[in-house]
Design a binder for this molecule. Structure first.
Ligand code: ADP
Ligand code: MG
Length: 707
C-alpha cells in the first residue's frame, strides 16, 4: 500500500513532465515513508491561506509553491514567524509580490501554510546516486548555509546504525551537536533514524535520484523536517556483481612459464627489455621469446608463434602492435595459456577505434577463459620468483604489494622502497583495465602470504561496490592504502539539490574507502611513507604518542603535527616522570617531548634509557625518536629499547635530521634493521596517524559486522 501511494506521487510528477516534487508532495511522500513531517496545508487563495493558518495555529510560515522556483527563499518565497491573521494577510501579498518581481515568469500554484518550528540547530540530510558507488547518503550542518560551510560527510547505502553514527561524528563541527553555547544537545538518535530511513528509501525507490531534507531543525528531543526536495531520475536499477572473482590470478602473477610475444633483438625495444629483465631477475621457469625471424635472443631459442612452443605456457606478455593483438590472443587461447599481460597501447587509450579493438580482444579472451592485464600497461613484477615482466628491473623482495593504473607509479613505489632498504612482493600496472581490475587484485592479495600491505593508485574504478567489498575483506587481514588520482567536478545535479552539488567524486570515494576499512592517503609521498610504517611496525593500541628528542624545535614540530593527525601526546604518570628524573642528567627536560637536548651527544645511551622507561608507562601507545643531531651509533644505542617496544606491540618511528654525513650512515643501518626512518617530523606523524586510523577501522569493521 505504502509503495502504491508513494509511486503514485512520483509518477504524477513525471507525467506532468516534472523531475522534482513540490514541497507538499515531498512531505506526503516522507510521511508515507515513515518520516514525521510538520503540519502544512496547501492554499490557493487569500481566504484559503487565512483559514489554513487558523487551522494550523499561530505562528505560521508561508512558502511559495511554483514549478519555476526550487530555492524558495532566494525568490523571497518564504516568510516565517507570522504571529496573527493580520500578519498572514500582509504576508500573503508580500510573498506574491516578492516572487513576481524576482521571478516574473513563475507560475504560482499556491501557498504552503506551515506550522512554525521553534529555532534550534539546523542540519541537512540528503541522498544522491553516485555513478560508481550507487545510493549515497549525506549528512551536514548549517541548513541553508551548508554550501558555504561545506562541512558534510557521506555514507554509502545500505547504512546501519554504526555507519550512520560515524557519519555524524565525522563532520568537523560535530561539537555543535554536543550542546554548547546555549544550543541544546541534539537528539542524535533521531538523526541516525533519518539517515537510516534515507538509506532505505534510496534502495527501495530507484526513481528518486537525489533528495534534500534541508533544513531539519533538531532539538534535545526530536526534530522537525522543515523542507524537503526530491529530484526524480530514470529509475534504473543497477545490479552489480558483489563478489570479486579472484580466479586464475595466481598463474598470471606467479607463472611457471612465460612467452614474450614480440620479443626483440634490438636493445632499445621494450620487447628486448622485458625479456632481459625476466632473464636477469633469475626467473627459473620456461622462457619463450616469440619472434618469427630472430632465431635466438639472449641465448634463448625463438618461436614464430606460441603454437610452435612444445611446452605448456602459463602467461604471455604481449608487445606487438595493437592491430596484431587480436590474432595473437586467438593463438594464446588455442595454446590454453592462462593469462596475458598486454603492454601494447593503441586501444581505449586512443579513442573510439581503439576501444572497439579492445572490446574485440576481451570477447575472444572471455570465451577462451584467458585473463588479461592491460592493455596499455607497464607489466607485472614479482621479484620473489624473478618474474619481472616490466621495466625498470627492481629486484628487492619485500612484503608490500603495488597495484597501479599508472606504470610509472607502479615502479616508482618499489624503487622508493629499495632506497629505504625495503622491498615489494608484487607490482602490477593495470593500464586500461579491460579485464583484471583493482577489486579482484585486492581480493587476491588479501590471501597472498608474501603480501603484508597493499598499496593502490587508481584514477577511477568501474564498480565501486565490488571494490568496497574487496577492501572490506582484505582490511581485516592487512592494510589497504589507497591513493585516488584525478579529481573531478561535483555531479551535474549541482543546480537542483544541495546533496548533489556537494557530492564531489573525491569525497564520496574517500567515504566509500573509509567505510570499507581502507585507508585513503592524500598523495604519493604519504602512500610510500605509510606503506613503510605498516610493513615495519605493529598496529598501535591507541593514539597517544611519546616523543624523545635531542632537538627542541623538531619536538615542537612533531607535537604540532599531532593535532591535525588525530594523535595526542601521552600524559606520563608521576611515577614515570620520577623515574626519568632519576635516571637522566639534570640538563634533560622531563615532559613530553622528553628533550635530551644536544648534550646527548656526550652520552647517546640516554636515548635507550629514556625509551625503556617510557615504554612501561600505560599512556604510551607509540613512540617517535628524533635524532636531531649527528648522533653516532643510533641503531646500536636504541636497538634494545626498540626490540622491547615491538614485543609490547608499541610502534617506534625514527626521525633523523640535522645529522649530515652521520645521518646518512645511521639511517641506512636503522633501515636495514627494519626500523622506519623519516626525514621530517611531519612525515613520521602522518605515517603513524594512518596506523592509528587503521586501528580505528578494525574496531569499526567489527562493530559494523556485529550490527
Ligand atoms: P528553501 O530551501 O526553498 O529556500 P525552506 O523551506 O528551506 O526554503 O525555508 C528557508 C528557511 O526558512 C529554512 O532554512 C528555515 O531556516 C526557515 N524555515 C522554513 N520553514 C520553516 C518552519 N516551518 N519553521 C521554522 N523555520 C522555517
Ligand atoms: Mg530548504
Amino acid at each position: 500500500m505504502r509503495d502504491i501511494v508513494a509511486l503514485k506521487i512520483i509518477h504524477q510528477a513525471l507525467s506532468e513532465g516534472r523531475n522534482f516534487l513540490y514541497e507538499y508532495e515531498s512531505k506526503e511522500l516522507l510521511s508515507l515513508l515513515g518520516m514525521q513531517t510538520m503540519k502544512s496545508l496547501l492554499a490557493k487563495s487569500l481566504e484559503e491561506t487565512e483559514l489554513a493558518a487558523k487551522n494550523i495555529g499561530f505562528p505560521v510560515v508561508l512558502k511559495i509553491v511554483s514549478p519555476e522556483i526550487l530555492h524558495k527563499s532566494d525568490a523571497g518565497g518564504v516568510l516565517i514567524d507570522l504571529k496573527n491573521a493580520q500578519e498572514v494577510k500582509s504576508g500573503y501579498f508580500k510573498i506574491i509580490n516578492n516572487v513576481k518581481s524576482k521571478v516574473p515568469q513563475a507560475n504560482v500554484m499556491g501557498i504552503l501554510v506551515q506550522e512554525m518550528a521553534p529555532p534550534s540547530i539546523e542540519i541537512i540530510a540528503g541522498a544522491t546516486r553516485d555513478p560508481q558507488f550507487g545510493p549515497t547518503i549525506m549528512f551536514g550542518i548549517g541548513g541553508i548555509l551548508v554550501e558555504l560551510i561545506k562541512d558534510v560527510s557521506f555514507g554509502i547505502a545500505p547504512l546501519n546504525k554504526t555507519l550512520a553514527e560515524e557519519m555524524i561524528h565525522k563532520i568537523k563541527s560535530h561539537g555543535i551537536l554536543e550542546g554548547t553555547r546555549g544550543l541544546p544537545k541534539a537528539d542524535t538518535n533521531e538523526i541516525v533514524n533519518i539517515l537510516l530511513k534515507l538509506s532505505e528509501v534510496m534502495t527501495d525507490y530507484p526513481e528518486i535520484d537525489t533528495l534534500d531534507l534541508n533544513p531539519i531543525i533538531v532539538y534535545s528531543k526530536g526534530l522537525k523536517i522543515v523542507d524537503a526536495r526530491f529530484i526524480l531520475g530514470k529509475g534504473e536499477r543497477v545490479e552489480s556483481e558483489i563478489q570479486p572473482k579472484a580466479l586464475e590470478l595466481g598463474a598470471l602473477l606467479e607463472p611457471k612459464s612465460v612467452a614474450i610475444i614480440g620479443a626483440s633483438k634490438n636493445f632499445d625495444k621494450i620487447g628486448y627489455k622485458i625479456l632481459k629483465n625476466i632473464v636477469d631477475a633469475g626467473f627459473n621457469g620456461g622462457i619463450y621469446p616469440i619472434n618469427p625471424t630472430a632465431g635466438e635472443i639472449l641465448g634463448l631459442k625463438t618461436y614464430a608463434s606460441v603454437l610452435d612452443v612444445p611446452e605448456k605456457i602459463d602467461v604471455g606478455v604481449i608487445v606487438v602492435p595493437a592491430q596484431v593483438v587480436p590474432s595473437v590472443i586467438e593463438e594464446c587461447v588455442k595454446k590454453e595459456i592462462k593469462g596475458v599481460i598486454i603492454i601494447s597501447s593503441g586501444f581505449r587509450d586512443i579513442g573510439q577505434e581503439g576501444a572497439k579493438l579492445e572490446k574485440g580482444i576481451l570477447e575472444i579472451a572471455k570465451k577462451g577463459k584467458l585473463r588479461i592485464i592491460g592493455p596499455n600497461c607497464q607489466g607485472v613484477s614479482n621479484p620473489k620468483v624473478g618474474f619481472c615482466a616490466t621495466w625498470p628491473l627492481i629486484k628487492k623482495v619485500g612484503n608490500i604489494a603495488v597495484i597501479s593504473q599508472s606504470g610509472s607509479i607502479a615502479l616508482e613505489i618499489p624503487s622508493f622502497l629499495s632506497k629505504n632498504e625495503l622491498g615489494y612482493s608484487k607490482a602490477i600496472a593495470l593500464g586500461n583495465k579491460s579485464d583484471v581490475n583493482e577489486a579482484e587484485l585486492i581480493s587476491f592479495l588479501a590471501d597472498d602470504e608474501g603480501t603484508r600491505v597493499i598499496t593502490v593508485y587508481s584514477e577511477g574504478i568501474p564498480d565501486g561496490r565490488k571494490l568496497m567489498n574487496a577492501i572490506e575483506k582484505a582490511s581485516q587481514k592487512k592494510a589497504v592504502l589507497f591513493l585516488k588520482g584525478g579529481k573531478t567536478e561535483a555531479g551535474k545535479r549541482g543546480v537542483m539539490a544541495h546533496t548533489g552539488s556537494l557530492a564531489g567524486e573525491m569525497k564520496v570515494f574517500e567515504a566509500a574507502i573509509d567505510q570499507s576499512g581502507g585507508i585513503c592517503v592524500k598523495n604519493l609521498d604519504e602512500l610510500c611513507n605509510a606503506a613503510i610504517a605498516f610493513v615495519t611496525l605493529p598496529v598501535p593500541k591507541g593514539n597517544r604518542l611519546l616523543i624523545i628528542t635531542s632537538s627542541g624545535g623538531s619536538g615542537i614540530l612533531g607535537s604540532d603535527a599531532c593535532e591535525e593527525a588525530d594523535l595526542v601526546l601521552s600524559n606520563l604518570s608521576m611515577n614515570t616522570l620520577e623515574k626519568l628524573k632519576k635516571s637522566l642528567p639534570s640538563w634533560c627536560i622531563i615532559r613530553n617531548p622528553v628533550d635530551l637536548t644536544g648534550n646527548v651527544l656526550n652520552n647517546v645511551q640516554l636515548y635507550n634509557d629514556a625509551l625503556e622507561i617510557v615504554l612501561d608507562d600505560e599512556s604510551v601507545d607509540m613512540v617517535m625518536l628524533i635524532f636531531g643531531d649527528p648522533i653516532p651509533n643510533a641503531l646500536e644505542t636504541v636497538k634494545h629499547g626498540i626490540d622491547k617496544a615491538f614485543s609490547l606491540g608499541i610502534p617506534v618511528v625514527v626521525n633523523y635530521l640535522g645529522g649530515a654525513e652521520v645521518q646518512i650512515v645511521e639511517t641506512e643501518k636503522l633501515q636495514k634493521n627494519g626500523i622506519p626512518v623519516f626525514s621530517t617530523p611531519n612525515q613520521a606523524i602522518i605515517a603513524l596517524s594512518y596506523m592509528n586510523k587503521y586501528r580505528e577501522n578494525l574496531l569499526k569493521l567489527k562493530n559494523i559486522n556485529m550490527n
